[in-house]
Design a protein. Structure first.
Length: 410
C-alpha cells in the first residue's frame, strides 16, 4: 500500500505566513520592548522581561508538546499496541522535528539564564544571582548555572536523538524483509530506554529547572506531573488535528472512526488527569494556608491573571468533560477537531500562567507580542511536520501489527 502526502499550496502558504508573522513580531518586540525607555524604571524592566519570558513560554511549550509524540510512540511500542500503527507516521513526523524546537528552546533558555541581565539581576531566574538570598543559596546545589546548562543540553540532545531514532527505525522496518520482526523488537528496546530518559527529564528535573525555578522560592512536588499532563494532552490534540487534516486531504484511508475514537478518549482522559493534578496541587497548598506557598496562587487567581486562570480550568476541564464524555462526540470529526484546537490553546494559556506572573508580577500582558510569537511557532510546527510527512508513505508498510491496526475496534 502507498499513501503519499503532497503538501497543499494553501497549507504551505499558511505556515510560511504564520512564520513570517512570528519573525516580524520578534523583530518589532526586540526594537520596542528591549529598547524601552519608559520613564518608570519598573515598567521599563517589565517590558524587557516580557520580551524574553514570552520566548521562553512558547519555545518550552512547543518543545514539550513535540516530545509528547515521542512518548506516545514509546508507550505504544512497549504495550505492543496496534491502535497507533494506522497513523504512527504523524507522531513520528512530530517527534522527528523535536530537534528544531529543542534547539530554539535551548538557545532561549541559555540566553534567559546567562545573557538577560538588568542591573546585575536576572528578573526571570533569580537564582542566577542570589545576592545573599538564604533560600536561593540553600537551593544552589541544584539550582546553579552548571546544573542548568548540563540538564538543558543533555535533555534536549537525548530527546532530539530519540525523535530521529524512532523515525529511522520505522522507515527501516518498511525496507526490511517481509515478516521480519528484528527491527520491531529493536524499537521496543529503544522505547524502554526512552521512557527511562523521559522519567528522569520531563517527569522530574527539566520542569523544575525551566519553569518552576522562575518562582524559585516556591516549589511543588507535583509540578512535573502537572506539566506532563498539560503537554501530553496538547500533544495528543496536535496528533488528532493532523490525522483529521490528512483524512480530509484523502490520505490515511486506513484510519477510521475507531482510531479517531481512541484519540478522543486520550484527549478526554488526560484532560481529566490534568484537572486531577491541578486540583491536588492547588487544594493541598490552599488547605495548608502557608504564606510561603499560597502567594504563588494568590497573584494568579486573584490578581490581574484571574480571568486567564479560570479560563484555563474551563477550557481544559469543563469543556472536555461536557463535550467529550459521550461516545458519539469522540467519533465526530468536527467535535474532536473543535476540542483539539481549544485544548491546545487552553494548555498554551496554562503554560502562560506558569511562566508569566513570576517575573512580570502586576505588569501582565496578553496582546500583539504574545499572540504574534505564538503564531510563529504554530507556523513552524505546521511547516516542519508537513515537510516530514511528505517524505515517506503515510502507511507503515511491513509493520508486524499493521493488519491488527486495520481490524482495530475501539
Amino acid at each position: 500500500m502507498t499513501d503519499r502526502f503532497e503538501i497543499p499550496a494553501k497549507l504551505k502558504t499558511t505556515s510560511l505566513v504564520l512564520i513570517l508573522m512570528g519573525v516580524i513580531t520578534l523583530i518589532i518586540g526586540a526594537i520596542t520592548l528591549m529598547n524601552s525607555h519608559a520613564t518608570d524604571h519598573e515598567i521599563m524592566h517589565a517590558e524587557r522581561t516580557r520580551f524574553w519570558i514570552v520566548l521562553l513560554h512558547n519555545s518550552v511549550f512547543f518543545l514539550l508538546v513535540g516530545v509528547a509524540s515521542i512518548f506516545i510512540q514509546a508507550a505504544a511500542s512497549l504495550a505492543q499496541g496496534a491502535w497507533l500503527v494506522a497513523y504512527k507516521r504523524v507522531p513520528e513526523a512530530i517527534g522527528a522535528n523535536v530537534w528544531i524546537f529543542g534547539l530554539i528552546a535551548g538557545i532561549v533558555l541559555l540566553c534567559v539564564a546567562f545573557v538577560f541581565n538588568i542591573d546585575g539581576h536576572n528578573p526571570i531566574y533569580h537564582w542566577v544571582h542570589p545576592h545573599g538570598d538564604k533560600i536561593l543559596e540553600g537551593k544552589s546545589p541544584f539550582l546553579n548555572p552548571a546544573m542548568f546548562v548540563g540538564f538543558t543540553v543533555v535533555t534536549i540532545a537525548l530527546w532530539a536523538f530519540f525523535g530521529k531514532k524512532f523515525r529511522s527505525l520505522s522507515l527501516a522496518q518498511e525496507q526490511a524483509a517481509k515478516n521480519s520482526t528484528k527491527i520491531y523488537w529493536t524499537t521496543i528496546k529503544w522505547s524502554a530506554g526512552f521512557l527511562l530518559v523521559y522519567a528522569l527529564t520531563q517527569m522530574s528535573t527539566t520542569p523544575w529547572m525551566w519553569i518552576m525555578s522562575i518562582d524559585a522560592h516556591w516549589y511543588s512536588t507535583m509540578f512535573s506531573w502537572y506539566t506532563f499532563a498539560g503537554a501530553f494532552v496538547a500533544g495528543m490534540s496536535a496528533i488528532l488535528l493532523w490525522v483529521v487534516y490528512l483524512k480530509n486531504q484523502g490520505n490515511l484511508e486506513i484510519v477510521n472512526k475507531e482510531h479517531i475514537h481512541d484519540l478522543g478518549k486520550l484527549m478526554f482522559a488526560f484532560s481529566i488527569f490534568w484537572a486531577y493534578v491541578w486540583f491536588d496541587q492547588y487544594m493541598l497548598i490552599w488547605y495548608a494556608n502557608i504564606p510561603e506557598e499560597t502567594w504563588y496562587f494568590k497573584i494568579r487567581q486573584h490578581g490581574p491573571y484571574g480571568f486567564i486562570w479560570y479560563s484555563t480550568f474551563v477550557i481544559n476541564f469543563i469543556m472536555p468533560i461536557l463535550i467529550l464524555m459521550s461516545r458519539p462526540s469522540k467519533r465526530n470529526y468536527f467535535t474532536v477537531t473543535f476540542m483539539a484546537m481549544f485544548i491546545i490553546f487552553g494548555q498554551w494559556l496554562n503554560f502562560y500562567i506558569m511562566t508569566m506572573p513570576g517575573p512580570l508580577g502586576e505588569h501582565w500582558h496578553l496582546s500583539w507580542y504574545e499572540f504574534g510569537i505564538f503564531a510563529g511557532f504554530i507556523g513552524l510546527f505546521i511547516y516542519t511536520v508537513a515537510n516530514t510527512l511528505s517524505k515517506s508513505s503515510l502507511i507503515p508498510n511491513n509493520h508486524p501489527l499493521l493488519k491488527e491496526a486495520l481490524l482495530h475496534q475501539s
